[in-house]
Each structure stands twice: as C-alpha cells, then as structure tokens.
Design a protein around this ligand. Structure first.
Ligand SMILES: Cc1cc2nc3c(=O)[nH]c(=O)nc-3n(C[C@H](O)[C@H](O)[C@H](O)COP(=O)(O)OP(=O)(O)OC[C@H]3O[C@@H](n4cnc5c(N)ncnc54)[C@H](O)[C@@H]3O)c2cc1C
Length: 509
C-alpha cells in the first residue's frame, strides 16, 4: 500500500501538470503528480507562440529551474536538447484556397498573409513535438524527487478541507491525502466529473471539430506555391517554417512540420457547415477534403500516417467550458477548464499563464479566506479570457470565405499577442491585461465593435473592394492604441516582417 500526504495533488501529466509540479516543488510545497496513461504519448497542442516560450523561460529563471530556460527560443532549444524533436516556427502563414481550384498566387498577395513572430531562426519559437516534450518534463519531475505515478487511475473525494485520492499504481493500492487538487487532465475533466460541474459549451460562439493525424513525407508548401508562380522571396520568412494555415470555406487546415520528419496536420471545420457524416470514416473524410482543394492535396500526395498515430482521427464539436474553474481547495488548468480551437495557437500560452497564476496563489500559503478570494479572481480572469479567445476565433471562422475581411479581423489577434508578448518581455511577469489583452476593457470594447461590424458586413452579402477597405480602416482605427507591430498597413500587402518594438508607444502597459 502506498500512502502519501501532499500539499497539492496534480491529476494529469501533460506539460501543464508537469510544469506545475516542478514550480510547486521549487516553491517549497509538496506536489504529487498522477497520470493515467504513459509517456511518450501522442498529444495535440503543438504550435507554440513567443508568449508560451517566454513564460517557460521566465518561470525557469524565477523558480531556479534552468532546464526550462532553453525552451524560450528555437536556437537555445537546439543547443541544449537536440534529441527532443521540435519544429521551427518563425510566425504564422495563411493561404486562402478556392473550392475545386488550384491555389493561384496573386500579384497583390490578396490571398495570403504572413506574420513574422521573430527576427531570426535562433530567436524563433517552435512547435513542440509533444511526445518528446511532455516526456522530458515528466522525467524532470521524477528527477526532482516529486512522487509520480503513471498508469494510475484514481477516484477523488473532497471533505472540504482535504482531498483523498485512491486507486492503483501498477497493481499496488495507492492513497493520497492532499490539501489542494489541480486538474491538469485536459479533456478528461477529472475534477468536473468528480464534482458534477457542467462542461457544456454554454455561450461559446465557435463551433468546430477536427480531422487530424501525424504524417511522414508531407511536401513543402513553398515548393508548390513557387511552382504556381508565387514569389517566395517576398515572404518575410520561409512560409513552411510556421504554423501554416490553409484557409478553406468553413474551416482551415493546420500544417506543423517537426525536425524529425513528422508533420502534424488537421482540418478544423465549422460543424454547422461541415457536420460529421457518419457514413464516411475519418480516413474517407480526410481524402474527400483533400480532393476538394487540389493544391493542398498536392502537398499531401506522398504523405503517410506515422506508425505512432496509426490512423486519421476525428472529434465531434471541440468546444467545452467549465462553469466554474476553481473552488476553495481546487482549480482547473485552462485546458481542463475549456477547449476551443487551434486557430492562432492560443492554448499552450494560456495553459502556462494559468500555471503561473495558480503557483503564485499557492506559494503564498494564504489563509483560507484569502486563498478562496484569489481563486475566485482566477476563475473570473480565466472565464473572461475564454470569452476573448472565443470572440477572436469565432470572428475569424465567420470570415473564412472573405479573406480580406479575415485579414483585417485577425489583426486583433496579432495586436493582442504582440502587446502581451512585449509586456511580458518588459515586465518579466504577468500584467493585468495578459492574456491577449483580455483584462483591458478598451481592447475588449474595440474587439466587440469590430466583431459586430464584421457580422453586419458579412450579412449584407457580397461586398465591394471599397467596403472591404473601409472595414480594414475601421479595424486599423480601433487598433491604433495597440498597434506596436506595424499592423493594418495596406502598403505591406499582407506581409508583416518582425518589427523591433518601441515600448514607449504604450504608456498604459
Ligand atoms: C485540436 C486541437 C489543437 C490544438 N492545437 C494547439 C496548438 O497548435 N497550439 C497551442 O498552443 N494549443 C493548441 N491546443 C491546445 C493544447 O492542446 C492545450 O493547450 C494543451 O494540450 C494543454 O496541455 P495540458 O498539459 O494542460 O493537457 P493535456 O496535454 O491534455 O494533458 C492531460 C494529461 O492528463 C492525463 N489524464 C487524463 N485523465 C486523467 C486521469 N483521470 N488521471 C490521470 N491522468 C489523466 C492525460 O493522459 C494527459 O497526459 C489545441 C487543442 C486542440 C483540441
């Protein structure tokens, strides 16, 4: 019988659970980490962002975990951990495809958008190859002497003061008594199930699902683009070294290349326009989707599913949201609290924001009332951030068939991301408006206005070029106080290089 006392029990050992355990241990608390599966394992959530990497770097520095610091940039990752697969990500690239037609590059680059998030490959961010990345972190947990149990299913009871977790660790009965429980189980919703908390996507505007896999031998999009007459030398970075987005009607496809020959790819589809057809297998659906977009199909013509992935997979509607994300002696990490969509790669940075906040609350060892108040604030902040991400992603889905409008509206994401990243670089800690400026009422109001106007323009039916330009100017005006990255500039023809930011532009940072 294994019998343990812990300050904090963490259920789930994705990177979220493992980083939480490492930080809590350095903060002098006694965590224990429980995983029902076993590493390495396939996991989605791969494309990182500068904010996620900065968070890892800063948390590593603040909590004396030097092993996390190299994850801050692609160059330092390569130098420190060449054995851990990852993908070079210089930014975001988007290409708009027309149903049934090959992609045709335009001279005005009106059907593409590239946004650089870094100046060079060395200081770029990356796609995390989660089997390697998560496994590495869990080994660090073990090396730190933190009790870790994999292949372990537990049940939990909460008497209001303590949690009792019971189960079996490798055939041996296990009992853990913990003062606090952190749910890092993601989709499994461990705490919500234990406490009967609803995870219905009430109020969420995004309706999407995913058909996905891991592949070998995916072609380079830049080769196909150039073969179609596209001029790659006008791109601010190689468009495959990115979170590559193929925009289609009612959805989009992500293509993320890792340096071990694997490419992660998936069609994310609006469930209202692309409901699941149960008469088609996931593989049939994948082939059918490729068949509708010849240039995307050409990129996957030689692709094969990796043995680890085994088959094309698909999900029903992705969105879920816990009505409550923290209580007096428990809290959900963001991905346990909600699931939205992969558009713009918001999830991992958000997870790490949540980790940072929870650790800051717990390390203070507050009296119970003060801790409860802090956890209520955690809940309010997280719920408000979910609304912000949902509003951004939903607006983009609405505009997938109208690329000009999509480009204008997506500037809200880039403005929010760049300001959040630069605030983090400057202050090296969380600011009130992080994550994605959700805590900034003026930004939220601007986003609301832009969303409302976008829906009006879309409902009015086909628009002229001048209507689209007018919407672009409207967005540019709203974003003016947040535009530290030269966004919304028609002269750039949708090609945004990395700009070194003048911090003094934003007095209210
Ligand atoms: C389709 C899709 C694509 C995404 N793409 C991106 C992206 O490109 N970029 C990005 O930033 N974010 C993305 N996200 C979000 C990203 O997946 C999450 O931010 C990330 O996985 C959160 O990590 P985590 O460690 O909190 O949870 P997870 O990675 O989900 O880990 C949960 C762990 O808990 C374990 N577990 C589950 N139940 C139990 C239990 N009962 N007991 C013990 N252990 C348990 C699981 O086995 C797993 O190891 C995407 C999400 C989706 C749905």
């Amino acid at each position: 019988m294994i019998d343990l006392q812990a300050d904090v029990a963490i259920v789930g050992s994705g990177f979220g659970g493992s980083v939480t355990a490492l930080l809590l241990e350095r903060a002098g608390l006694r965590p224990v980490l429980i995983e029902r599966g076993r590493h390495p394992r396939l996991a989605l959530g791969e494309s990182s962002t500068p904010l996620a990497n900065l968070l890892l770097q800063h948390l590593g520095q603040r909590y004396d975990l030097p092993q996390l610091v190299p994850f801050g940039e692609y160059g330092s990752w390569q130098a420190a951990y060449p054995q851990l697969a990852c993908g070079l990500k210089r930014g975001f690239s988007y290409f708009k495809h027309e149903h049934g037609r090959a992609f045709t590059p335009r001279n005005d680059r009106g059907n593409e958008l590239l946004f650089a998030a870094s100046a060079t490959s060395d200081d770029a961010d990356m796609h995390w190859y989660r089997p390697d990345f998560d496994h590495f972190l869990v080994r660090e947990v073990q090396a730190a002497g933190i009790p870790y149990f994999d292949r372990t299913e537990v049940t939990a009871t909460n008497d209001g003061q303590h949690w009792t977790l019971q189960g079996n660790a490798d055939g041996e009965p296990l009992a853990i008594r913990a003062e606090f429980l952190i749910d890092a189980s993601g989709d499994a919703g461990f705490v919500c199930k234990s406490l009967g908390i609803s995870r219905e996507p009430v109020g969420m505007q995004t309706h999407s699902r995913v058909v996905f896999g891991h592949f070998a031998d995916v072609g380079l999009w830049s080769d196909l683009y150039a073969a179609q007459g596209g001029k790659v030398d006008g791109h601010p970075f190689p468009c495959d070294d990115a979170a590559l987005h193929h925009i289609i009607d009612g959805g989009w496809m992500y293509v993320l290349r890792f340096n071990n020959g694997v490419t992660s790819a998936g069609f994310m589809l609006d469930t209202r326009l692309h409901p699941v057809d149960e008469s088609l297998s996931a593989d049939d659906e994948w082939q059918a989707l490729l068949g509708q977009y010849p240039s995307v199909q050409a990129q996957f013509v030689a692709a094969t599913i990796t043995p680890e992935c085994e088959r094309i997979r698909r999900t029903p509607r992705l969105q879920r949201r816990a009505v409550q994300t923290a209580g007096p002696n428990w809290a959900l990490l963001p991905f346990s609290a909600y699931r939205l969509d992969a558009l713009h790669s918001t999830g991992n940075a958000h997870t790490l924001c949540g980790v940072e906040r929870l650790v800051q609350i717990l390390e203070q060892r507050l009296p119970r009332d003060a801790r409860t108040a802090a956890l209520q604030a955690y809940d309010r902040t997280l719920q408000s951030e979910i609304d912000t991400v949902d509003e951004i992603v939903h607006g983009c889905y609405s505009a997938f068939s109208r690329f000009d409008l999509l480009v204008s509206y997506a500037m809200f994401y880039f403005a929010a991301a760049t300001v959040s990243e630069h605030a983090r670089r400057k202050h090296r800690r969380q600011t009130a408006s992080e994550f994605l400026l959700s805590g900034d009422p003026e930004f939220r109001q601007a986003l609301r206005l832009a969303s409302g106007q976008l829906q009006q323009v879309l409902q009015a039916g086909p628009t002229s070029r001048s209507d689209e330009e007018a919407y672009g100017r409207f967005v540019a005006g709203l974003l003016q106080p947040y535009n530290i990255a030269g966004l919304c500039d028609p002269a750039r023809q949708n090609m945004y290089p990395f700009l070194k930011v003048d911090y003094t532009l934003r007095s209210h940072e």
